[in-house]
Write a protein that binds this ligand. Structure first.
Ligand code: NAD
Ligand code: TDX
Length: 390
């Protein structure tokens, strides 16, 4: 096994032959990763998607993959990462030699309302997975556990500076604290037991299949329905945005060339204030689907005029509404990703303007997906999160 000190690529792995277990593969990034592996690489092995299907998991994200590869190179196993025996059974049955661990509770606002699920899934669930790996993989060098983490573990930046792989952890929300704890456990298993692990800490993703509790898809869908576009606080919090397919490519490169024991930061190098993001979404929508032709806004304007509310809504921008801030809202994230660029040759392929256009077009072209996702549990969450902010 590599001792983690070398900068050369790892030649041990043969991804073309690998059996990969993807946890959380029915979620936003996991489903994009599975599609990326089958569609954009020469991967010929098997992917097993292990997912509990929480509110955030959606098999509609993978209909095309199921049709093309289901029962041949792609298998879905419904299960909880907290279920040790089930994980062990699946890893054994499919002779898994690579685990890519996405499964998590991922929404900061939900972690503020209910931190328990975050501790259980993100910390105890990760612990279970590395325990199974340790038990089944002892002494093997053709295996790899890749842990997907976030830039949020590093805390909050002021106006300047960046997060490096060496930046001290300083998580501030129950979500980021639970991710930080899981990172520490994974790293400890490398040092203590020699489990061949890699970790990546990525900035904010956006793209197709993003669950509309998160800023970008929420704003797209609310705007199309003529609903308020909620901006927390002063709207000047900064996030570093990365198109999801670029994240998937980075993970693929880490699996192929990454060094066991190493951590890789992945970022968009695309810092934006939230209010800028919301305004950009409004501008793109205005071009693709002008507000004046949108029946939802026309109905809204008719209702406003009946109620003598002044000012017709002329554009999507008029829906922007500043609301009560998120408690402990991290001010700025900015990733330095020189390491993965220099050592593995990764770079971003999508700029924000085009990535956002493609994302909005995806939501406009996938009305059935949107309808399915917004039914049921979603409506209850929107009520709970936004009722107190207005
Ligand atoms: P998501 O919420 O869209 O998907 C999470 C998936 O995990 C869902 O399919 C869900 O059903 C599954 N899951 C949850 N609990 C489970 C359990 N106990 N057992 C099995 N499956 C379970 O999340 P995402 O945005 O795709 O994020 C994926 C990973 O990437 C997470 O680990 C997250 O912390 C990390 N990350 C996300 C972003 C981002 O911008 N979305 C950025 C950096 C890192
Ligand atoms: O309605 C909103 N209004 C608003 O102003 C929502 C949902 C969010 N925001 C703000 C909060 C953040 O500053 O927008 C920014 C982005 O918010 P989210 O989309 O909730 O993402 P964030 O909290 O930054 O976390 C995301 O990126 C890092 C993912 O959800 C995490 O899983 C990932 O680790």
């Amino acid at each position: 096994m590599n001792n983690g000190n070398s900068n050369t690529a790892n030649e041990d792995l043969v991804p073309g032959l690998a059996n990969i277990l993807v946890t959380g593969g029915a979620g936003f990034i996991g489903s994009n990763f599975i599609r990326y592996a089958f569609a954009k690489t020469d991967f010929k092995g098997t992917i097993v998607n292990y997912d509990k299907l929480t509110y955030a998991g959606n098999l509609l994200n993978l209909t095309d993959i199921e049709e093309k590869f289901g029962g041949k190179n792609y298998f879905f196993e419904r299960g909880d990462i907290l279920d040790y025996e089930k994980v062990k059974q699946v890893v054994t049955k499919f002779k898994i030699n690579i685990i890519v661990h996405f499964a998590a509770e991922s929404h900061v606002d939900r972690s503020i309302f209910g931190p328990k699920d975050f501790v259980e899934t993100n910390i105890n669930g990760t612990f279970n997975l590395i325990e199974v790996s340790r038990q089944l993989w002892t002494g093997r060098s053709d295996v790899r556990f890749h842990h997907i983490s976030t830039d949020e573990v590093y805390g909050s930046l002021g106006d300047t500076g960046f997060f490096y792989e060496t930046t001290s952890y300083d998580p501030r929300s129950p979500y980021s604290a639970s991710k930080a704890a899981s990172d520490h456990l994974v790293r400890a298993y490398y040092h203590t037991y020699g489990l061949p692990v890699t970790i990546s800490n990525c900035s904010n993703n956006y793209g197709p299949c993003h669950f509309p509790e998160k800023l970008i898809p929420l704003v797209i869908l609310n705007a199309l329905e003529g609903k308020p576009l909620p901006v927390y606080g002063d709207g000047k919090n900064v996030r570093d945005w990365l198109y999801v397919e670029d994240h998937c490519e980075a993970i693929w490169m880490i699996l192929n060339k990454g060094i066991a024991g190493e951590t890789y930061n992945i970022g968009g190098e695309c810092e934006k204030k939230n209010i800028e993001v919301v305004r950009e979404i409004c501008s793109v929508l205005e071009r693709l689907c002008p507000a004046k032709d949108n029946p939802a806004l026309r109905t809204l304007n008719a209702a406003r005029s009946r109620m003598d509310q002044s000012g017709e809504l002329q554009s999507y921008q008029d829906l922007i509404t500043f609301v009560t801030d998120r408690p402990g809202h991290d001010r700025r994230y900015a990733i330095n990703c020189d390491k993965i660029k220099n050592e593995l040759g990764w770079t971003q392929r999508h700029d924000f303007e085009n990535g956002l256009k493609d994302t909005i077009a995806w939501y406009l072209n996938n009305a059935d997906w949107v309808k399915n996702v917004r039914s049921g549990e979603y409506a209850k969450w929107i009520e709970k999160n936004y009722i107190r902010r207005s």
